[in-house]
Design a protein around this ligand. Sequence first.
Ligand SMILES: Nc1nc2c(ncn2[C@@H]2O[C@H](COP(=O)(O)OP(=O)(O)OP(=O)(O)O)[C@@H](O)[C@H]2O)c(=O)[nH]1
Ligand SMILES: [Mg+2]
Length: 265
Amino acid sequence: MAASPRSPKSASRSKPAAPAKPPKTPTALGWTHTARFLTTAAQLHQLPELDVPEIAFVGRSNAGKSTCINTLTQQRQLAYASKTPGRTQHINLFALGRQGETDAVLADLPGYGYASVPLADKQRWQRVMANYLVTRKNLKGVVLMSDPRLGLTELDELLLEAIRPRVEEGLKFLVLLTKSDKLTRSEAAKVLSITRLQAGGGDVMLFSALKKQGVAEVAQLLWDWTHDNGDLPTSESGFPDADAPDEPECLDDPDNMGDDASPAP
Ligand SMILES: Nc1nc2c(ncn2[C@@H]2O[C@H](COP(=O)(O)OP(=O)(O)OP(=O)(O)O)[C@@H](O)[C@H]2O)c(=O)[nH]1
Ligand SMILES: [Mg+2]
């Protein structure tokens, strides 16, 4: 007997398939989104010795270090950001890479220069930080966060001075001008060129957690710093797509972006 006309089942099978979603391009953001808390330390000797490259986020209190880490990792509260300067009081480490295969670590450091901290505590912290920057073996790069409305402060300059010998030996550094949403275009262009002169060789970029400016660029730079072959992360790396709606966006509501507009001198 001749084949019967198509059954309803086969008819439904022949419906045109929904157009396949184009594959998403994995980017360095897919990699930064893998971040998870590793450990916290109040003292340098409590930090575990690690053999993966570490990138330290440093800068004065309230510059936006913790917020930057939360933005890069697309997690609301991985690092503790706050309107109150001086909130980060420990060195907090976050691991990057596929679970079980950490390939880099981000370090969120307490800020310096907050006026109401007692002098002895300030000095203690400056010593701890200088020690960290000079002795941490696996330190591969430093992101110095600076509020461009204040410019590089004396303490920022001292920090750059402290790391200079290591920079000559290959330590990477980036001056990240934060809260760029507070600047007009011409102010931004001006502060960028002034800071490039002051930074003497390191990269300088504008960044805004609020406007998501510079986020992908910073993620890419951190990837390049920590991966010698310079390859882009590929889909085989198994990282989540950068634009996948995984965690809620961090601080995308301007009302949440409480900025201490009058930082301590
Ligand atoms: N407008 C604006 N505000 C920001 C931005 N980034 C951070 N802030 C605000 O600046 C304040 C300080 O941010 P934090 O990330 O806690 O700063 P921190 O450098 O970690 O401060 P310490 O831990 O005290 O050293 C918070 O109120 C943030 O919401 C930004 O890109 N734009
Ligand atoms: Mg902080």
